[in-house]
Design a protein around this ligand. Structure first.
Ligand code: ARG
Length: 572
C-alpha cells in the first residue's frame, strides 16, 4: 500500500540531507486540508540551519517544486510554504486513481503479514453453563470475535478459546434444586431456561431453609470427588447448555477453536499449586492458601479455599500456563467486563511472581458494564436477565417486517432478515469505545436508521446493485479515468485510510475503530452517490471512473463488515 508520506519525506530528506525516517515522524496529515494534505513544521530545523522556519519552508518548497515530475508520479500537485510550514497538496485526480487501482489490485486490501509466525490466543464469550447466555456476554463474544478476525487479517495465527464457566459450587446448587423440584422431562423440554428456573428457585428457598446451602456444597464436593451420579448430572447440564450456546453462536456467526472450559483444568491444577508451593509463594491464611500481594497493594489472590477447593483464579493461572505450553503465544488476550479488572491484575501478578517472563504478554481488554433500561442491573439469582437468544430473535423478526414492507419480493428474505437483524445487534455493541458502559435498550438495539449495522449493509448492497446494473465490465481495461469532485476525493481518502485503521484497531483492541470507519465510508459513499450520477454519468469516461470507485468502495465495506463479524448480503 502506498503511503502519502513516503514521497514528501524522501524529497525533504534529500534537500536537507537527513534520514527520511526522521522526516516521516515529523509529517502530519492536517484535518483541515486547506493546510495541505501532508505538512511539516519547519521550526525544528531553525537552530540547525540558522535560518527562520519561514525561510526554510520557502527554500524547501522551491527545491521540491523544481521536481515536478516526481511530485506528479507520487500523486502530488505541488508544495507550498505557509507560516513556517511546508505543505504538500495532492493532485486529487491522480490520488483517487491511485487508491482505486490499489484497492482493486489486492485480494484483501488492508491485510498484511505483520503477524506472521506469531500466535495470539483470545479468550472470549465464556458464558456459564446452566446459566442464561445473556446480553452481558454479548460484548465479550462480539468484541473477541472481531479482534480474532482483525488479528487474522494482519497475519497472526489466532486461537479462539471459550473458557466456559463449567465448574464451581453452583453445580452443587443445581443438583440439589434439580433433585428437589425438577424432572427429566421438564429439563429436556425447557433446556437452560428450566435449569435457570431451578437455580432461581433454590435461591428463593434458601432464604427460609439455610441448610440447603450445605447440601449444595456437599453435592459439589461429590462432583469434585468423582461421584458418578453427580458427574452424570453435571455432564447432562453441560450438554444441554452447550447445545443452546451453539445455536446462539451459529446465529451470530461466532466461532471458537477450543471449548476448553474451567473444568478442563481440573487435573492440571495440582501441579500448579505444587509449583506455587515450591516457589514459596503460598501462605496459609485462615485455613486458605493465598498468594500475598500486599506489596503490590492488592488483596491476596486466593488459590485454595479452606476446604481445599480451587477457585476461578486457580483455574485461570493453570489455563495460562497450559496455553503458553501448548500454543507458545505472542499474546494471550482476555475479553471480560471491567468488573473483573482486579481479578486479572491479581493473577497476572501471580504468574509474574512465578518467574514467567511471558506474564507481560497477558492482556486484559475490559469493557464497560451492561445495564438494563432504567438502570436495572442483571441478576441470574433473581431471574432478572435479558436472554441473548430473545434479542436476536426479535431483531430478526423486526427486520423481516421491514423487508416485507419495503421489498416483499426479495429472495431469501428470512436469511437476509437474520443477517441484518443480527448485524444491528452486533454493530450496536461495537460502535462505542470498549470501556464505555452500555445501557441496553430494546429500541436502540433494533434501531436500523442512522449509524447502524443495517445502514452499512444496506450501503454495501447499493454498491453491488449499481455494479450489477452496469453489467460485465473488465475493470482492468479501463485506463482512462477522471475524478473531479470533492465527494470522490473524500471517499477515496477514506478508502486509503482503511489499512491504517485496521492496524490501529489491533493496537488498541478496539473494534470501534473499524466500526466508525465503516460508517464513515458508507456515509461518504452515499454522498458521492447523491452528488455524482454513476450509471447516468455524462460520458463514458466519467461513468467508468465512478464505477471503479464504487467497486473499490464495495470491497472496503465488505472487508469492514467481515472484520466486525457482520454478514454482507448482496441484495437487501
Ligand atoms: N465465565 C466468566 C464470566 O461469565 C468469564 C470467563 C472469562 N475468561 C477467563 N479466562 N477468566 O464472567
Amino acid at each position: 500500500m502506498f503511503d502519502i508520506k513516503t514521497l514528501p519525506a524522501a524529497l525533504i530528506a534529500e534537500v536537507l540531507n537527513v534520514d527520511a525516517e526522521e522526516i516521516t515522524s515529523l509529517l502530519t496529515c492536517p484535518p483541515d486540508d486547506s493546510m495541505g494534505d501532508v505538512a511539516m513544521p519547519c521550526f525544528k530545523f531553525a537552530k540547525l540551519l540558522r535560518k527562520s522556519p519561514v525561510v526554510i519552508a520557502q527554500e524547501l518548497a522551491d527545491a521540491i517544486n523544481a521536481q515536478a515530475q516526481r511530485l506528479n508520479d507520487g500523486g502530488f500537485a505541488r508544495a507550498e510554504a505557509l507560516n513556517g510550514y511546508l505543505n504538500f497538496y495532492l493532485d486529487r485526480n491522480l490520488f483517487v486513481e491511485k487508491v482505486v487501482r490499489e484497492v482493486l489490485a489486492e485480494e484483501s486490501y488492508g491485510s498484511s503479514t505483520e503477524g506472521s509466525g506469531k500466535t495470539i490466543v483470545m479468550d472470549y464469550s465464556a458464558p456459564n453453563i446452566a446459566k442464561p447466555f445473556h446480553i452481558g456476554h454479548l460484548p465479550s463474544t462480539v468484541i473477541g470475535n472481531a479482534m480474532y478476525r482483525v488479528f487474522s487479517y494482519l497475519g497472526y495465527n489466532c486461537v479462539g478459546v471459550n473458557h466456559l464457566g463449567d465448574w464451581g459450587t453452583q453445580f452443587g446448587t443445581l443438583i440439589v434444586a434439580y433433585k428437589r423440584w425438577g424432572s427429566k422431562e421438564e429439563v429436556e423440554k425447557g433446556g437452560v431456561r428450566e435449569l435457570v428456573r431451578l437455580y432461581v428457585k433454590f435461591h428463593a428457598e434458601e432464604e427460609n431453609e439455610p441448610s440447603l446451602r450445605d447440601e449444595a456444597r456437599a453435592a459439589f464436593a461429590r462432583i469434585e470427588a468423582g461421584s458418578e451420579e453427580e458427574l452424570n448430572l453435571w455432564r447432562w447440564f453441560h450438554e444441554i447448555s452447550l447445545a443452546e450456546f451453539n445455536r446462539v453462536y451459529e446465529k451470530l456467526g461466532v466461532k471458537f477453536d477450543y471449548f476448553t472450559g474451567e473444568s478442563f483444568y481440573n487435573d492440571k491444577m495440582d501441579a500448579v499449586v505444587e509449583e506455587l508451593r515450591s516457589k514459596n509463594l503460598l501462605t496459609l491464611s485462615e485455613g486458605a492458601y493465598i498468594v500475598d500481594l500486599e506489596n503490590e497493594k492488592m488483596p491476596p489472590c486466593i488459590i485454595l479455599k479452606s476446604d481445599g477447593s480451587t477457585l476461578y483464579a486457580t483455574r485461570d493461572i493453570t489455563a495460562a500456563i497450559y496455553r503458553k505450553k501448548t500454543f507458545d503465544f505472542h499474546k494471550c488476550i482476555y475479553f471480560t467486563a471491567s468488573a473483573q479488572n482486579l481479578h486479572f491484575k491479581q493473577w497476572f501478578k501471580v504468574v509474574e511472581k512465578m518467574g514467567y517472563d511471558w506474564a507481560k504478554d497477558l492482556v486484559h481488554a475490559p469493557f464497560g458494564m451492561i445495564s438494563l433500561e432504567g438502570g436495572v442491573s442483571m441478576s441470574t439469582r433473581k431471574g432478572v436477565t435479558v436472554w441473548l437468544d430473545d434479542v436476536l430473535e426479535q431483531a430478526e423478526a423486526k427486520t423481516l417486517d421491514i423487508i416485507n414492507e419495503k421489498n416483499p419480493a426479495l429472495e431469501d428474505k428470512e436469511l437476509v432478515a437474520r443477517q441484518m437483524g443480527v448485524g444491528a445487534v452486533i454493530f450496536g455493541m461495537l460502535d462505542t469505545a470498549r470501556i464505555k458502559d452500555v445501557a441496553f435498550s430494546w429500541d436502540e438495539a433494533l434501531n436500523f436508521d442512522g449509524e447502524t449495522g443495517p445502514y452499512a449493509q444496506y450501503t454495501y448492497a447499493r454498491c453491488k446493485s449499481i455494479l450489477r446494473r452496469a453489467g460485465d465490465i473488465d475493470f482492468n481495461s479501463i485506463t482512462d479515468v477522471n475524478y473531479t469532485t470533492d465527494s470522490e476525493y473524500r471517499l477515496a481518502r477514506l478508502l486509503y485510510e482503511f489499512p491504517a485503521k485496521v492496524v490501529l484497531c489491533a493496537r488498541d483492541y478496539e473494534p470501534c475503530v473499524v466500526a466508525r470507519h465503516l460508517i464513515d465510508v458508507a456515509q461518504a459513499f452515499n454522498r458521492f452517490y447523491n452528488e455524482c450520477p454513476i450509471l447516468s454519468a455524462k460520458d463514458e469516461k466519467t461513468k467508468n471512473s465512478r464505477l471503479l470507485l464504487a467497486d473499490a468502495t464495495s470491497r472496503v465495506l465488505k472487508q469492514c463488515l467481515w472484520l466486525l463479524g457482520l454478514a454482507a448480503p448482496e441484495r437487501v
